[in-house]
Design a protein around this ligand. Structure first.
Ligand code: MG
Length: 384
């Protein structure tokens, strides 16, 4: 079975999220945006799909990095194909991003699932049929009754746990350009208010501003340890691994990382070797796909360490369901003004439906477990 084509479609759809000047998403008025569908097709007519950012499927980049490495190849050799594309990053001048590599890898895994008639989470190992989700909030804001005050976070966390059924909660703190941010004391006040609201038994995590100093970070970490937080992630620029080694040596709070640092599973192995984290972070989009995320998870297991998946969606869910050493699936981003459970225009259902007990279940359908509305996509195409 040979790969015959790699094609993309750009389509428009509505969104209720706006980006601030630092790139963080917040609720906003309904507007139109575009996304892309990447499709890999074999000579037997089988297809693998993934929805991604339009910049991940630029025709010139598909022509240069992807099609020459995939077309004519055995579609089932996912690992070989990942390496063929990945190696072009070295002389690619930064144009072949990890997110683009991940897009290709996800479509290949979806294809493999469709061809074999199996869900990807089972192909990857199939450790559990369901996993608890943590509700992951959007960043703080200055919206009335949004996430503007510690009381807002507390009220929303109470809804997540006591109404929607989440068994764990992660806050994203206030970040610039929101007025008053960054401020470790304000972050702590929100965390303390949430702990008070949900009680002592609900696992809580914090993802704060990512550019704190060592001293601010250590103060916040020690305060979160007093609140019995499960972990904190990425409080400092991750390029300085030494700073994280210093942090983990100086606080009892668990530090999760690295999340956005480049270098895939190799970087994560270095962090483990140097005791720069207590739990390992892996996200399929950050690492270049499911293929390197699985390597990261297995590497972490060899050191008795948990590997926590970063970000939402079918790819991260597939890995979380496939491995033994993880705690939760990250579900979000959530906000009082946004209905996360409502499918997007191009979905028949969301990738990660959650039951009343806080579990997200593995799908039994072949592939990644996406249910895309192809008629919507084809009816809303825009020129690339
Ligand atoms: Mg994070």
């Amino acid at each position: 079975m040979k790969i015959e084509s790699v094609t993309s479609k750009i389509f428009r759809h509505t969104t209720n999220t706006v980006r601030d000047s630092d790139g963080h998403g917040h609720p906003g008025p309904e507007s139109t945006t575009t996304s892309a569908l990447l499709t890999i097709t074999t000579d037997t007519g089988d297809t693998g799909h993934v929805v991604t950012r339009t910049s991940d499927v630029a025709e010139a980049l598909l022509d240069r990095f992807v099609r020459p490495n995939l077309i004519g190849e055995d579609a089932m050799l996912t690992d070989r194909l990942w390496y063929k594309v990945y190696k072009w990053q070295r002389l690619g001048g930064g144009l072949l991003t990890d997110k683009m590599l991940a897009t290709v890898d996800l479509a290949l895994w979806d294809l493999k699932g469709k061809v074999t008639g199996q869900p990807v989470w089972k192909l990857l190992g199939g450790h559990r049929p369901k996993i608890l989700a943590y509700g992951s909030t959007m960043c703080g804001d200055d919206l009335e009754n949004g996430l503007a005050t510690p009381e807002d976070y507390a009220r929303f966390a109470d809804w997540m746990v006591n109404t929607r059924g989440y068994k764990a909660v992660k806050l994203h703190g206030w970040m610039p350009p929101v007025p008053g941010a960054p401020d470790v004391r304000k972050d702590y006040q929100a965390c303390a208010a949430v702990r008070e609201a949900v009680g002592p038994d609900v696992p809580l995590m914090l993802d704060p501003h990512h550019f704190y100093s060592r001293t601010d970070t250590l103060w916040l970490a020690n305060k979160l340890a007093e609140l019995d937080f499960r972990w904190m992630e990425e409080p400092m620029e991750e390029a300085s691994m030494s700073s994280y080694k210093w942090l983990t040596a100086n606080t009892s709070l668990n530090i999760l990382g690295p999340e956005t640092m480049t270098g895939k599973h190799w970087t994560r192995a270095e962090w483990v070797k140097h005791d720069a984290c207590d739990l390992v972070r892996a996200g399929v989009s950050d690492l270049g796909g499911i293929t390197p995320a699985m390597r990261t998870a297995h590497m972490a297991e060899c050191f008795h360490m948990s590997c926590e998946m970063h970000g939402t969606g079918a790819g991260n869910l597939s890995v979380a369901l496939a491995i033994p050493n993880t705690s939760f699936y990250e579900r979000g981003l959530l906000h009082p003004f946004i209905d996360y459970d409502k499918p997007k225009d191009f979905q028949n259902r969301i990738d990660d439906e959650m039951d009343a007990d806080g579990y997200v279940h593995g799908r039994e359908e072949p592939g990644l477990g996406q249910d895309l509305d192809m008629a919507y996509i084809d009816g809303n195409l825009v020129d690339a």
